[in-house]
Design a protein around this ligand. Structure first.
Ligand SMILES: [Mg+2]
Length: 269
């Protein structure tokens, strides 16, 4: 596997959601080779750094990349929609210690303050739905619903109950929901990486298919935004309203299409 040298001399930044965007198990292969061809070209011709911005934990994402034999490693990973990791020359991953520690500290304080709210939501979903409450190290409060419709109902019940003035938020991807701090999500993590590498918003690309991609698919974070054809309606509308690119193809075929749209082949090469 080719390793990146983590050079700070990047001119562009590419951020991809994983499940349902880059990766779809119903496709064969689950990540299209057309995507990798575009990626390799753009990394070379546009000096682009690339990363996966996902709800998965780091371990779960690395498993997914291994299964799909990625020919080139990402330069960065955002895991659990907020933890930042950078690729090292030896193939290992180092975390952005300052960002990750701040994120964990703020969420822990916030959850202590919001304990009654979280207990109320847990009781509600255990009484009224078949959804499962998740609470474990690294995953302090989350839910898995049985269906999208059940999660729609849960979100409609959570909304009016959020404590006033609180920065408590949540990230939803289909039947999964993770509570957290509104200030730490895919968008703020991506903006943080762009600042660290001094890449302007106009040179940042992001693509995603679900509600938890909303914050990175905004012009404040990335000037080049796209959604694959299979994206949920809210995301498609959000991307369209901002003049982004709505792909005609699904999953990683859509990703390849969006990359070709924003990063044309340079005539000099
Ligand atoms: Mg997704």
């Amino acid at each position: 596997m080719q390793r990146n040298d983590h050079s700070p001399d990047f001119h562009h930044l590419l951020s991809f959601d994983f499940d349902g965007t880059l990766h779809y198990p119903g496709d064969d292969p689950a990540v299209s080779r057309a995507f990798f061809s575009q990626l390799i070209r753009i990394r070379r011709d546009y000096r682009a750094a690339w990363g996966i911005n996902t709800g998965r934990s780091l371990e779960h994402l690395l498993e997914g990349m291994e299964e799909n034999r990625f020919p080139v490693d990402p330069d960065f990973i955002v895991a659990r929609e907020r933890e930042i990791y950078f690729a090292q020359p030896d193939g290992s991953w180092s975390q952005d210690a300052e960002w990750n520690a701040r994120c964990e500290r703020e969420i822990s304080t916030l959850f202590q303050k919001c304990a009654p709210f979280l207990a109320e939501i847990r009781a509600l979903i255990e009484e009224r739905t078949g959804a499962q409450w998740i609470e474990m190290p690294g995953e302090p409060a989350g839910l898995i619903a049985r269906t999208d419709e059940e999660m729609d109902w849960i979100v409609s019940e959570i909304l009016p109950r959020v404590p006033q003035g609180s920065s408590l938020g949540w990230q939803r991807s289909t039947i999964y929901l993770r509570f957290g701090d509104r200030d730490f999500q895919k968008g703020s993590a991506l903006a943080h990486i762009a600042r660290a590498w001094q890449i302007p918003r106009s040179h940042v690309f992001a693509i995603g298919d679900s509600h938890n991609d909303m914050e990175m698919l905004t012009l404040d974070v990335a000037a080049m935004i796209a959604s694959p054809r299979n994206a949920v309606r809210d995301i498609h509308e959000h991307v369209r309203q901002q003049g982004g690119f709505a792909c005609t193809q699904a999953h990683s075929h859509g990703v390849a299409e969006a990359l070709a749209h924003f990063f044309p082949e340079t005539p000099s090469r």
